[in-house]
Design a protein around this ligand. Sequence first.
Ligand code: KDG
Length: 318
Amino acid sequence: MTKLDVITFGEPLFLFYANEEGPLWKVNNFSRALAGAETNVATGFARLGFKPSQVTKLGKDTFGKFIIEAMKEEGIETDGIQFTDQRFTGMYMKELNPNGDPKIEYFRRGSAASTMSVEDFDKDYFLQARLMHMTTIFAALNENTLAFTYEAAKTVSEAGIPISFDPNLRPQLWKTKEDMVENVHNLAKYANYFLPGINEAEQLMGSTNPEEICDFYLDLGVKDIVVVKTGADGAYYKTRDGQSGHVAGYKVKPIDTVGAGDAFAVGFASGLLDNLSVEEAILRGNACGARQVTFEGDNDGMPTREELAQFQKETERY
Ligand code: KDG
């Protein structure tokens, strides 16, 4: 029997985000928040009433305590989380920059989550889910987290459970660009839904033409749908059975772009779990992404069902 709607894995991060503009070392006031791309996705699913779980390892420290309590409060399943007193919990800091992508600084090398390996992969736990969501942030940490990512992708895909895959490129975490591209492309072959941003696709395969990008990844082996997030104006998609088109985004005034892609993934993949059409699911993805960028934390804008309906009713589209 299915016990979870969504399974994800990766590193939750404790976040200090600046409440004032300017370089981090000059900022006096910070807010704390729950962050980490996969944790943001789990949070988004929980807000929409789904049952998500994130598999990870946290340190027995204040950051770890904050993260586990915040995840429970959001309604994320935490029984796939291990603790260690040998390592610290990952953390990062984020500038306030309403005019573009904010600068960030990581404090995560050697963290508890980064010590996970295939030995921590519990097949039966993963196979309870209706969907797995993955990114390549965790994969980029080291050889062992990369191996964990392949094991999860291979096992879940062989079991016929759909996988949504947001590459979430973090070039600073990979050894080389070639390593990053090769692994994103190998992992994309296990994915049912591949969700790159247009700038990510350019880094990965050199084109900024959404149709070319979709064709490239469908030829590479993405199983069902490629959605290219083209920015505020929306997203372009192509399915293996030949549907394609652009779905217009929502007009908002962004405060912080971080978390937009995670919110898109939540809207899109939850739409498919709710049996929406591909276009309606992308529209929901656009709505979640647009709402998220109007909030400062990395997942504060993830809507409940009511907030989503209200946002879609009241917000103009491109
Ligand atoms: O997608 C948002 C994430 O980038 C943020 O929450 C922090 O996970 C994070 C990372 O590794 O950058």
